[in-house]
Design a protein around this ligand. Structure first.
Ligand SMILES: NC(=O)c1ccc[n+]([C@@H]2O[C@H](COP(=O)([O-])OP(=O)(O)OC[C@H]3O[C@@H](n4cnc5c(N)ncnc54)[C@H](O)[C@@H]3O)[C@@H](O)[C@H]2O)c1
Length: 440
């Protein structure tokens, strides 16, 4: 009778098959990388345990682990390197951007977030100095070398054409294809809302604005300029691909994100003006119905943009996720910012899933108040938190949001929202509160 026994592991045989030997380390390294990607947002310890288990399983026996102990160390080193700091490009820009972004940066530092921050001087000052808006290869460099971009605002009366703002900001959105402009509308304290009886639980919706098409692509022209017969044409560009991906993004967002109180998001409302703009509106209507059918658990609703503005001030409780085109999104989020306490409170992300995304407060450069230490830094600070959450630093993001809520409750805020602090003082208060909230 033949008795089969497990053969002992033969190191020499493997040594004669260099490819066999190579396979194991490569598998281990691949496994580590895979787990790093999959558990991008999980805690370091969970990641570490999973990576180690996967590493161990990729060997046939414990003996091999011993034989390849050096190898194991290499993987640990790789893991530590990969787990290293997120690279953040910081572009403060113009006007109050140069005041609020340094405060946001200090708060990020106070949170202990594992980030490496690199400043860029793109903006009006640089443009007026050397004529450069975006250096050659600028956008490719941002996409290649950074995990996220934190931006202030662009716009300076010394550059009346606003060319630098267009090239930098719209350039980033269009050329880096950051098609989803995500603008959360949250009330942090009832005292900030100009509407009667609205509590933080009543105002918690998100506007998903299409960010790469519409009337902002600058297609059009003028004819007989400067004459009484002048004609100006501004085209509204809506591609099937662009409309479909932003609507799908909204449904996916609704499915994956909860409200602040932990309850699920359940409704996506598409906002257009299809009664008057039937070609573009018709495309949005058709695509919304088609994509909506793929998400039967989410209610798909519709409102014309003018009616939506009325409803937003009459009863903002009814909104959950709103998806709309570039221009309507721009306009309704300024209105929504008013419900949150003003433009100084509103945060946004310009996102392309899987690519380097850009985060900026909703407000502009506000030239009249620039350099006076009065700008509200909380929108920029909340934007920084949003960015940290996006790159997988959720605990640091939560700490920052908690400190901002506390600042509002304790009135450690700027004048625009009823406080008496300057930009720097308000930013320093939040940074202190964040650093006191302990290690993440
Ligand atoms: N994303 C951007 O870079 C962006 C966005 C909007 C406007 N802009 C540019 O900014 C410049 C000014 O535009 P605008 O006046 O229409 O918009 P704005 O957002 O700069 O200012 C609108 C109003 O809100 C106030 N405000 C804005 N942010 C504030 C803050 N953090 N704290 C306190 N008050 C704040 C301003 O004082 C002003 O009264 C223009 O050049 C415009 O093109 C840039």
């Amino acid at each position: 009778m033949r008795v089969s026994a497990r053969k002992p592991y033969n190191h020499r045989r493997h040594a004669r098959r260099p490819l066999g030997l190579l396979r194991t380390p490569v598998a281990s390294l691949t496994a580590l990388w895979r787990y790093y990607r999959a558990f991008y947002t999980s805690s370091k310890s969970a990641l570490w345990i999973l990576a180690t288990v996967e590493y161990a399983l990729s060997y046939y026996s414990y003996k091999l682990i011993r034989t390849h102990v050096t190898h194991f160390k290499m993987c640990v080193l790789l893991f530590l390197t990969v787990e290293q700091k997120k690279r953040i490009a910081v572009i403060a820009g113009d006007g109050i951007g140069r005041e609020v972004i340094p405060e946001a940066v200090n708060v990020i530092k106070a949170s202990g977030a594992a980030v490496e921050l690199t400043d860029f001087d793109w903006g009006a000052e640089r443009y007026l100095g050397d004529g450069v808006t975006v250096p050659p290869d600028g956008f490719a460099m941002l996409g290649r070398d950074f995990d996220a971009i934190l931006v202030g605002a662009f716009g300076d009366p010394r550059v009346p054409s606003n060319i630098h703002a267009k090239e930098i900001l719209l350039g980033m959105r269009f050329k880096m294809d950051l098609y989803a402009n995500v603008r959360p509308v949250r009330l942090l304290d009832a005292s900030l809302c100009p509407l009667k009886g609205i509590e933080p639980k009543d105002l918690d919706f998100v506007v998903i604005r299409e960010n790469t098409e519409g009337v902002y692509v600058d297609a059009g022209g003028v004819f007989k300029q400067g004459t009484p017969d002048e004609i100006a044409v501004q085209e509204d560009i809506n591609s099937r691909k662009g409309v479909e991906r932003i609507i799908r993004y909204a449904f996916e967002y609704c499915e994956r994100h909860k409200k602040q109180d932990g309850s699920p998001r359940k409704r996506v409302l598409m906002c257009d003006k299809s009664n008057a703009m039937s070609y573009a509106g018709g495309l949005w209507q058709r695509v919304f119905k088609e994509v909506g059918r793929e998400y039967p658990q989410i209610a798909a609703e519709h409102m014309y943009v003018d009616a939506l503005c009325t409803q937003m001030v009459r009863d903002p409780r009814q909104f959950d996720v709103i998806v709309t085109n570039n221009m309507f999104g721009d306009i309704i989020t300024d209105l929504a910012a008013g419900l949150q306490g003003g433009l100084g409170m509103a945060a946004s992300g310009n996102i392309h899933p899987g690519k380097t995304s850009m985060f900026e407060p909703v407000h502009g450069s506000a030239p009249p108040i620039a350099g006076k230490d009065v700008a509200n830094p909380l929108g920029a600070i909340l934007t920084a938190a949003m960015m940290l959450g996006h790159v997988g630093l959720a605990r640091e993001a939560e700490k920052i949001e908690g400190a901002v809520i506390e600042a509002v409750r304790q009135k450690k805020i700027t004048q625009d929202i009823g406080g008496s602090l300057g930009t720097r003082e308000a930013g320093e208060w939040v940074a202190r509160r964040v650093s006191q909230s302990g290690p993440s």
